[in-house]
Design a protein around this ligand. Sequence first.
Ligand code: AMP
Length: 423
Amino acid sequence: MMDKEKIVLQKAPKGTNDILPLQIDDWYYVEKVIKKVLQTYGYREIRTPAFENTELFVRGIGETTDIVNKEMFTFQDKKGRSLALRPEGTAPVVRAYLEHNLSRENMLVKLFYLGSMFRCEKPQSGRYRQFNQFGLEAIGSSDPLMDAEIIDASLHVYRELGLKNLSLVINSVGCRKCRPGYLQALKDYFKERRDRLCSDCRERYEKNPLRILDCKNPQCQMEIKNCPSIFDYLCEDCKEHFNKLKEYLDSIGIIYQVNPLLVRGLDYYTKTAFEISSGELGAQNAVGGGGRYDYLVEELGGNHTPAVGFAAGIERMIATMQKQGVGVPKWDGIQVFVAVTSSDDIMPAFKIISDLRKYDITAEMDFLNKSLKAQMRSANKMNVSYVVIVGQEELKEGKVMIKNMKNGEQEKVSLTKIYSYFK
Ligand code: AMP
């Protein structure tokens, strides 16, 4: 016998969430809207594994990023290969794009994904260790029109979901040509101020000073405020790309702010970077972000292929919807309860309920050997519209009794007519 006192009730691991039946309608709705909207833009869904070779993320996201440095869940398989739970979706999508040669038929490949991501972060409201994202990637075009479409599609999803008061911030983080000049300018600027930066930023100063701009530490923020602007360092190509993007956004009435300090937590971004946030969420207010990643495909072994993408946190989208009181279609619930007057009727009742479900009628019966009275109470609690009462007397006539729970009326209905009765 197991010693009961020694059994500790298990809890979900830190930073993970159960999505309970009461919450699932929100998820179904959000997932349905995402798929519907993104397909109208021609994006097709791709599903990649929940884990990849660790190397993919080290090469793709960048060694100096917090995600790779501190937040990856890595483990070894039995042969000692290092694997990592995916912390983001873009590197896996690009890996799959190359592995399956998806550009074979089309120069431009437009993909979207939905799924769980894993980051070993300090959990707090809106920040979890397992969370869900939807994302979209357009691989193959260098045109700022593509960036504009990605931004438009992302905002379209939010709008269709009924989210309000979102703000879009855009920036350019330059390219291989012009970013080194900016990095040097940042180094020169922060050189004298290094001692006033947090320990993380002092390390960032050495490895990748652009990351300093992303620091939330108030002391660092003070120092960041007056740092050089990227716009003084962009090359002609990046400048023109950014100006064109703004024109495209203007042409379809998308409102944005330009923030030269916006950088993103992944190293692969070039040119456009953008973030969408909700005023309703407090500290963790980013509901999504994205940008251009013109070198990622080649960093992962492909030919030079420009690309742009976006990813959004679904938990934060749902939290915003709840705060804004957005109504979500709910499950209709059980329509019909099939009750038995005695245990002799269970077999015919089981056949009836099985057939009802084949006709797409949502039906439930008793599995706890309840009396007819208790079954009627269950049916009431489920708020069903009808109860089919299966009893020997009616069965002899090839019939069942159907009770309309709204008006209390009962009528005998032939077994062969039950389905048409409900239809
Ligand atoms: P990122 O690419 O890191 O900017 O992530 C894109 C979006 O995913 C963010 O804007 C958030 O909405 C969401 N997200 C990122 N990390 C987390 C997390 N740890 N928990 C919940 N949502 C997250």
